[in-house]
Design a protein around this ligand. Structure first.
Ligand code: ADP
Ligand code: ZN
Length: 604
């Protein structure tokens, strides 16, 4: 059976070898076992169930939470010559009926199904009449209430075990944390399943978190210096900011489009299609955008606002670089982010337990932002994985962070909070420390407090940095009403001189490139095409683009960039040589081989 799986890998998908642990997962599924697969984004989960669905008799049923994603997957499979279809509410009842009939006649290998449809009595009845080769439950973390994409329909999937005890089930997810994992296994009744957990690391993503001063300009510099002409996503918290940022970037000559839940559905659809089909769209979006976007060549994810948890940060940044090529996760982060998020949590009317969880998660995120050591080590550690040595591909590894003894400054700041009765926000506190007689200072007679003017040694920006770190590290709390700061229990030790405090030296820079030139060297970037090959590269891309446009599908569904790159390097002149390129299966060879060979010929 494994030989058959291997043949499918070679001839249908055009790949030479399995990636670990694809072969083991497939072997288990082929022998009829239930399987739980946890693999990072881009790890190659789809093949884990697609190949058994093709090798085993009958039709593989794939449960997937998002209609858009189903269509993309079906398109991609059809491109490879696989008989696949989807059934969901966006298809006409006639189309769904046709698919049902094809399955009964054994004329289809893979069907993607929406979860709410699966559990309808008539679907169960139909499935009992067809031969089901396996059930794959994609994005299985949707069953978890602890996770952040909970879908109540997913809970019903526990029924599969009862109704189809003899059909192997495979649950797949990229969500890393232990608690979610346990919940999936429990709720889907996968206690007997073979579990495959690969590392969560995404080594091709470079993590960078930079102090914020002029975020729009910092973003622009980042885009211009490092991601000119690349596709990427810029995340903002509010719809208003999404629109303003997209507009501003467009005025600066960047192909930026907005996406948020408040936009008209048709606009959202057009923008999403353009993002998928064109090469260099920057999507400025709220988190409403992203899940179900399977574009492999997203080269960067930028955050202008800080996510509320490491889980959210990792999921959002994880949308970069699915193709394994060098990509950047960049975030600008500042005092306002900390105050705003803390304030929001203080004002949340959720129950106490939930609030505590949220607080803990936010503190984790703040810890990551303020970290002075390897970011990836902390990320991996957070998800219960271990990275023994610093990664060499995050900002802190590439440009070690300077620290300074901030004990005195912290004491001044904390006493100032205390002396002004813990009733003021950062701006006022800094004015008092720096001895500025503003209207408000006069109004409250704060020239008279003992901390007035004791902070002349630092400038506004430096004080902001001190306050940010004090709030982020929990020495100061934020009041919900107006963001007033007040002392936490832990601040006492510092005020009493019992504890010292090392702080980060903030280096404000958009692009770490011009610091010492070593950022972004990580892995070779796909755009590092030598000048003398640029023309052929562009010709290959144009050929791909034309073929995609004809069929109304995104170019990456014809061939990925990595496949085009191999053409560029090995210049296959014959059909046999072309067939050897990774990513060229039998069907694509037939459909596109001659056309690409004709392009390549011009550059032999
Ligand atoms: P995931 O669903 O885990 O995020 P995908 O299944 O979309 O990942 O696969 C990520 C990329 O890796 C896809 O472009 C896929 O074609 C490619 N891929 C998967 N398995 C292999 C393999 N064995 N050899 C080469 N490329 C592979
Ligand atoms: Zn690192």
């Amino acid at each position: 059976m494994m030989q058959a799986a291997f043949n499918v890998l070679n001839t249908v998908f055009g790949y030479e070898n399995f990636r670990a642990p694809q072969d083991q997962v497939i072997e288990a599924a082929l022998s009829g076992e239930d399987v739980f697969v946890l693999m990072p984004t881009g790890g190659g989960k789809s093949l884990c169930y697609q190949i058994p669905a093709l090798v085993r008799n009958g039709v593989g049923i794939v449960i997937s939470p998002l209609i858009a994603l189903m269509h993309d997957q079906v398109n991609a499979l059809n491109q490879a010559g696989i008989r696949a279809a989807c059934m969901n509410s966006s298809m006409s009842s006639n189309e769904n009926y046709q698919t049902e009939q094809q399955a009964l006649r054994g004329e289809i290998d893979v069907i993607y199904l929406a979860p709410e449809r699966l559990t309808l009595p008539k679907t169960i009845e139909w499935l009992h009449q067809v031969q089901v080769s396996l059930f794959a439950i994609d994005e299985a973390h949707c069953v978890s209430q602890w996770g952040h994409d909970f879908r109540s329909d997913y809970l019903q999937l526990s029924l599969l075990q009862q109704y189809f005890p003899n059909v192997p089930r495979m649950a797949l997810t990229a969500t890393a944390d232990e608690k979610t994992r346990q919940e999936i296994i429990e709720r889907l009744g996968l206690g007997q399943a073979k579990v495959f957990v690969s590392g969560f690391d995404r080594p091709n993503i470079q993590y960078r978190i930079t102090p914020k001063n002029n975020p729009k300009a910092q973003l622009l510099t980042f885009l211009q210096n490092e991601h000119q002409g690349h596709a990427g996503v810029v995340y903002c918290l509010s719809r208003k900011k999404v629109e303003a940022t997209a507009l501003w970037l467009s005025e600066q000559g960047i192909h930026a489009l907005p996406y948020h839940a408040g936009l008209d559905k048709s606009i959202r659809q057009v923008n999403q299609q353009r993002f998928l089909n064109e090469d260099s769209i920057v999507m400025v979006a709220t988190v409403a955008f992203g899940m179900g976007i399977d574009k492999p060549d997203v080269r960067f994810v930028a955050h202008l606002d800080m996510p509320k948890s490491i889980e959210a940060y990792y999921q959002e940044t994880g949308r970069a670089g699915r193709d394994g090529q060098a990509s950047t996760a960049w975030m600008a982060y500042g005092l306002e982010d900390v105050i705003k998020l803390k304030q929001m949590m203080a004002g949340s009317d959720a129950n106490e337990q939930f609030k505590r969880i949220e607080q803990t998660k936010l503190n984790g995120m703040l810890g990551l932002a303020e970290l002075t050591s390897c970011r990836r080590q902390m990320l991996m550690n957070y998800f219960g994985d271990e990275l023994n040595t610093p990664c060499g591909n995050c900002d802190n590894c590439l440009t070690p962070v300077q620290t300074w003894d901030g004990t005195q400054a912290a004491r001044k700041a904390l006493s100032c909070v205390y002396r002004t009765d813990q009733k003021f926000g950062v701006v006022h506190l800094i004015n008092v420390l720096r001895g500025k007689v503003t209207e408000k200072v006069s109004q409250f007679n704060h020239q008279q407090v003992s901390t007035f003017g004791i902070g002349q040694d630092l400038n506004d920006g430096q004080w902001r940095s001190v306050f940010r770190q004090l709030v982020a590290r929990g020495y100061l709390n934020v009041n919900f009403d107006y963001g007033q700061l007040y002392l936490s229990d832990t601040s006492r030790a510092i005020l009493r001189g019992e504890e010292s405090l090392m702080l980060r030296v903030d280096v404000i820079q958009a692009s770490a490139n011009n610091r010492n030139g070593n950022i972004s060297k990580g892995k070779k970037n796909k755009e590092d095409i030598p000048a003398d090959q640029q023309e052929m590269w562009q010709a290959l891309r144009t050929c791909r683009k034309n073929l995609a446009t004809e069929q109304g599908i995104p170019p990456f569904m014809i061939f990925h960039d990595t496949t085009l790159q191999e053409m560029l390097h090995s210049k296959p002149a014959t059909i046999e040589a072309f067939a050897n390129i990774s990513g060229v299966g039998k069907k694509k060879l037939e459909k596109y081989g001659l056309e690409f060979i004709a392009v390549i010929e011009q550059y032999q």
